[in-house]
Write a protein that binds this ligand. Structure first.
Ligand code: SF4
Ligand code: SF4
Length: 240
């Protein structure tokens, strides 16, 4: 049976903190602090400067404290920003390990063969190697596979399926499983490094994949209760 986000959430749910600032905004803060500029953070995060500024303003409103002073084109951290960064940094340093561990635990509890939601809602991007593999799996030529199933995507050599759900999904199973594209093998990509700079993509995938949803929910709980005794928000309250 497909395990929807709400149901999956109940399996792994932990008590939410009533006053948690948005996790994504803390990540934006982290990059602004390191870059000392909105433009630098926007470049690192692959988003607009306006989006970064809005996140910063909202975080300052949530925490009721000024985090940066604008000096010419640089942002100078306040004492509160210094303290917030010192509190966040250990968590961010460990983030990939935490995500990988959560991913192992959550994916062991969710049966992909009873879900297939990614194949129904996400278009994988295929390159030349994938086209060869998939066509071999179907017993047709790469040209036939391309004409029958694919259309060009963003860059030369990249393709996506013409239709969604994926036409190779049969009775909720991939009909070319051993020959499936690299992106399909990798999805939901939580085994990869540098989670913090990929967070926007992860949040998008929360709506698709119960594994991602549950890892993200667990991650928020870990953030606010990192270590044995610490509570991150208690640290904030001590600061401000
Ligand atoms: S190729 Fe297979 S794994 Fe990839 S989207 Fe299609 S059905 Fe799913
Ligand atoms: S990877 Fe996620 S969306 Fe895809 S089948 Fe598994 S649980 Fe479902």
């Amino acid at each position: 049976m497909y395990l929807p986000q709400a149901q999956a959430g109940a399996v792994f749910e932990k008590e939410a903190h009533a006053m948690q600032p948005d996790f994504n905004r803390l990540r934006v803060f982290y990059f602004i602090y390191r870059q000392k500029s909105v433009a630098g953070a926007a470049k690192r995060l692959h988003v607009t400067q306006s989006a970064v500024s809005q996140h910063l303003q909202k975080l300052e409103r949530e925490l009721k404290v000024q985090l940066f002073i604008r000096l010419h084109k640089r942002l100078v951290p306040t004492a509160a920003a210094d303290q917030l960064y010192r509190t966040l940094q250990p968590f961010v340093d460990d983030l990939d390990d935490v995500v990988h561990d959560l991913y192992r635990r959550v994916s062991a509890a969710i049966d992909c063969t009873k879900c297939a939601n990614c194949c129904k809602t996400v278009r994988p991007v295929l390159d030349g190697g994938d086209i060869k593999n998939c066509s071999a799996g179907l017993g047709i030529t790469p040209e036939e596979f391309q004409t029958e199933y694919l259309k060009p995507y963003d860059e030369p050599g990249n393709y996506v399926f013409q239709k969604i759900p994926c036409p190779l999904l049969k009775s909720d199973r991939c009909s070319i499983y051993r020959h499936r594209p690299k992106t399909c093998r990798s999805y939901p990509h939580l085994h990869k490094e540098d989670f913090v700079s990929r967070l926007w993509g992860v949040i998008d995938n929360c709506a698709v994949c119960p594994i991602v949803y549950n890892v993200y929910e667990q991650l928020k709980a870990e953030l606010w209760h990192h270590g044995d005794d610490d509570d991150l928000f208690d640290d904030f309250e001590d600061i401000f």
